[in-house]
Design a protein around this ligand. Structure first.
Ligand code: AVI
Length: 320
């Protein structure tokens, strides 16, 4: 039907704009201080993240792409060809290119909260895959939303790469996977990239590179608060600190105040003691059994897992 016509159709699920001010003030008023990691991804932060994915220390992206390239046909055997294929947080839709030839989806539904970036990425993808039907959907996948694509709602395939699942607390990750299970329906499948637990040195280097790109990426959060909430953080007085919290299986990122400081954010005063930290991100790392347990709690059956020869990264196929 016309719904499967090649080219881009754009759907807007109208994600509610965040109440940034309220979230930031609540986070800075709590002990310890924290800020939501989604603050990273303004236009400049998204560019810095793209630069991170090419750093020698940040093994995640290139390792995942190698796994997708090596096992694409097998992945397509499990996910099914010619289906509706959703992608959560599709960003620039680069990774999916490694799978499109094998999966030949009937419709590709990239889902992203960043409206203009989604639109541009969908148009760029359409140039490379002129026969593909692309239903670009602007939505916030961290809350429930409606799928635009009419027709069969059972047995869909979903793709959630990049270990973005690791940026959610385990309980929130379980809730998110539960919603994905409902989206793909009975017999549906999820292909999800998950970074693996490993030695401390490799992990800590990945989150504190020699060129300081990751440090700039985290400090950009303060620049953003200065611009968008009229804050007056002095960027020279903060440093990026990342470390592996092995007991909790996560890399934590904090911004540490070098000296005592008084700042105003959206008109509210805050005091930071010398050495005090603002917690800005967790990146959870799972072993295979631990991720299977999380997936089972969301109603998924683990069907297959692929890793690279060095066992740095994993890609799971889960079935509802
Ligand atoms: C997007 N996300 C999976 C990245 C990660 O590895 O947690 C974000 C990132 N933070 C620092 N470097 C990259």
């Amino acid at each position: 039907g016309p719904g499967r016509a090649p080219g881009v159709r754009f759907f807007d699920a109208h994600p509610t704009p965040d109440d940034l001010r309220a979230e930031v003030l609540a986070g800075l008023s709590s002990t310890p201080k924290r800020l939501p990691p989604k603050l990273f991804y303004d236009a400049h932060g998204s560019q810095l993240f793209d630069a991170i994915t090419e750093l020698p220390e940040y093994y995640l992206t290139r390792t995942e792409i190698a796994i997708l390239c090596d096992h694409g046909e097998e992945m397509a055997d499990l996910l099914g060809r010619g289906r509706v294929l959703l992608e959560l947080g599709s960003g620039s839709s680069l990774k999916i290119r490694t799978l499109l030839a094998a999966l030949e989806p009937e419709v590709y539904v990239p889902i992203d909260i960043s409206r203009e970036h989604l639109r541009a990425s969908a148009e760029a993808l359409a140039e490379h895959f002129p026969t593909l039907a692309i239903h670009a959907t602007c939505a916030d996948y961290s809350v429930p939303f409606e799928l635009p694509t009419e027709g069969d709602r059972e047995g869909l395939a979903a793709f959630f790469p990049g270990s973005s699942i690791g940026n959610f607390e385990p309980e929130a990750a379980r809730a998110l996977l539960t919603r994905v299970a409902a989206l793909v329906g009975i017999g549906g499948r999820l292909l999800v990239g998950v970074d693996l637990q490993k030695d401390r040195t490799t992990l800590e280097r990945a989150y504190d590179d020699d060129q300081g790109v990751t440090a700039a990426f985290s400090l950009n959060v303060l620049t953003r608060l200065n611009r968008e909430l009229g804050a007056d953080f002095d960027l020279e007085q903060f440093v990026h600190r990342s470390f592996y919290n092995e007991a909790l299986g996560r890399v934590e990122t904090h911004l540490e105040a070098l000296c005592e400081q008084r700042v105003r954010v959206a008109g509210e005063p805050f005091v930071l003691a010398a050495g005090e930290r603002i917690h800005v991100e967790n990146s959870y790392k799972y072993d295979i059994a631990g991720f299977h347990q999380l997936a089972a709690g969301a109603g998924f059956v683990p069907e297959r897992v692929w890793t690279d020869p060095r066992r740095l990264f994993s890609v799971h196929c889960l079935r509802v």
